[in-house]
Write a new protein. Structure first.
Length: 132
């Protein structure tokens, strides 16, 4: 299947909820030998991205602060890396997505993001990473 003209999206990672972030990180990093590529503390939500630098897909492990038992396990969101966030956001809406968050710059993380749900209700985070 070919890409629509101008589409610069690629799947950056799939984010799953975990009950214990440190235990999950140890399992994927020490147990399975994946690299810890990033740790993100976004206040209410902490994330660890595991995978191989520059190869294959990445998995984001996510946990909510203040929930000792953790959120229910399952898919939280899919991160789609964009080369033209505003165009891809508009394209998603035109294709039937519902807006959750309009494009916003997150200086702290060096990225501009927007969030939509697909027609089945899955949360998609579109992100354009800023050059550093």
């Amino acid at each position: 299947m070919s890409q629509p003209p101008g589409s610069g999206l690629s799947i950056g990672n799939v984010a799953i909820w975990v009950r214990d972030l440190e235990r999950a990180t140890a399992f994927y990093a020490e147990g399975l030998g994946l690299d810890v590529l990033a740790r993100v503390d976004a206040g209410e939500i902490r994330e660890v991205i595991v995978g191989r630098d520059g190869a294959g897909s990445r998995l984001m492990l996510a946990a909510k602060a203040g929930e000792p038992a953790g959120p229910p396990a399952g898919v939280w969101k899919v991160f789609l890396e964009s080369q033209d966030l505003h165009a891809d956001y508009a394209r998603a809406l035109a294709a039937g997505a519902t807006s959750v968050a309009e494009p916003m710059v997150l200086e702290r993380f060096g990225v501009t993001i927007a969030m939509v749900t697909d027609p089945d209700g899955y949360l998609l985070e579109l992100g354009q990473i800023h050059p550093r």
